[in-house]
Design a binder for this molecule. Structure first.
Ligand SMILES: Cc1ncc(COP(=O)(O)O)c(C=O)c1O
Length: 381
């Protein structure tokens, strides 16, 4: 039998301006090529300690528990849900997009009762609705997405935090698309448990989900009646591997991904959070203005546009996929289409981490203008 010739991998070098992953910072790429050591090697455990410190900085927290779950953002989400929710527990789940829906599904799979507080996609969740639901339930937690990547909305959290705590519920937040790009302050905002992902505003490869929990959340986990049904995502055992004084083997950490995350966090630490937030805000503003200049309509409530991703309506008569194909094939630029009900209706343009810069704004606007023209669109349409 003839042997198939498997060639070298030669992935195209695309500019990733979609919903994530973002491009990887060259410093992070270098970290991925460093020598591997064993997952309990003293060198690696020191890297782990520093990663925890840097994560506390990124999350703005003094929480003891801050670590990366091995797995993508959904593993972080699943860990948050399955550690807190036991059979028949009630939880408020705020749903104004695709990822709120996912949290609700996970709560139900854990045997919990998901009480959904909904708002139209592209709009924020009203705190009054959360309060009504809390008043009429016995909810243990409120789950909410900070930056809903499916619609480009940034959810204000402070008021909902106060309300959740008035009803003695935990506030659990998805910061997958906001950590390292949008203002976020775990302790000041009273967030009890929070998960994120490595591949968005931290400009690292996908595969790690930073998570942090305060003592109140940890006590809730400690006082469970039943064991967490997922062995792999049980925070109390993962924490033992990550805590300085313990280091009990749990699983073989993805060592190179941890090097990468540490480097991504070190870059963030050097830039400083406030500068990073300001950079993301300025560039998304420039992008939004440019999109409107082309004649496109922003999908999201403009008072709450997320600094790391903008959603814009596909104009009438233009084929979503054709425009994205042109961007990809003619300019090597990836942007994302809509998810679920928004398929073919919106484009999502992300400016995350290293990708949030003026040059990329100009590039994507010019490429989009040209692709739209070739697809027969003109501003007066
Ligand atoms: C807000 C939000 N939550 C959760 C996820 C799931 O993360 P992952 O795809 O890394 O599993 C995503 C992914 O895009 C997201 O944007």
């Amino acid at each position: 039998m003839s042997r198939k010739n498997y060639g070298d991998l030669k992935p195209p070098e695309r500019l990733l301006l979609g919903a994530g992953p973002s491009n990887i910072d060259p410093r992070v790429l270098r970290a991925l090529t460093l020598p591997i050591v064993e997952h309990l090697d003293p060198y690696f455990t020191e890297v782990m300690n520093e990663t925890v410190e840097l994560l506390r900085y990124a999350f703005r927290t003094n929480n003891r528990l801050a670590l990366p779950i091995s797995g993508s953002g959904s593993a972080g989400m699943e860990s948050a849900v399955c550690n807190i929710i036991e059979k028949d527990d009630e939880a408020i789940v705020c749903v104004n997009g695709f990822f709120g829906e996912r949290i609700s599904e996970m709560v139900q799979r854990c045997g919990g009762k998901s009480i959904e507080v909904r708002s139209e996609w592209g709009k924020t969740i009203e705190s009054e609705l959360v309060e009504d639901s809390l008043a009429n339930s016995n909810a243990k937690a409120v789950f909410i997405v900070h930056a809903e990547t499916s619609t480009g909305i940034l959810q204000p959290l402070k008021k909902i935090s106060t309300i959740a705590h008035e009803y003695d519920a935990l506030l659990i937040v998805d910061t997958v698309t906001s950590l390292g790009g949008c203002e976020l302050s775990i302790d000041d905002w009273g967030i009890d448990l929070c998960f994120s992902a490595s591949q968005k505003c931290l400009s690292c490869p996908p595969g790690l989900a930073p998570i942090t929990a305060n003592e109140k959340a940890i006590n809730t986990i400690r006082s469970r009646k039943t064991k967490v049904q997922s062995w792999y995502l049980d925070l109390s055992t993962i924490e033992k591997y990550w805590s300085e004084n313990n280091r009990a083997y749990h699983h073989t950490a993805p060592i190179l991904l941890v090097y990468a995350l540490r480097e991504g966090l070190r870059i963030l630490y050097e830039e400083r959070l406030e500068n990073r937030w300001a950079r993301h805000k300025e560039n998304i503003q420039m992008l939004v203005e440019g999109l409107e200049d082309i004649g496109l309509e922003i999908y999201t409530d403009k008072a709450h546009i997320c600094p790391s991703i903008a959603a814009v309506k596909v104009p009438e008569g233009v084929k979503d996929e054709e425009v994205r194909r042109r961007l990809r094939e003619e300019y090597n630029i990836t942007i994302s289409g809509g998810l679920g009900a928004l398929k073919e209706k919106i484009w999502r343009i992300g400016l995350m981490g290293i990708n949030s810069n003026r040059k990329n704004v100009v590039l994507v606007l010019e490429a989009l203008k040209s692709a739209l023209k070739k697809e027969g669109y003109s501003k007066s349409n």
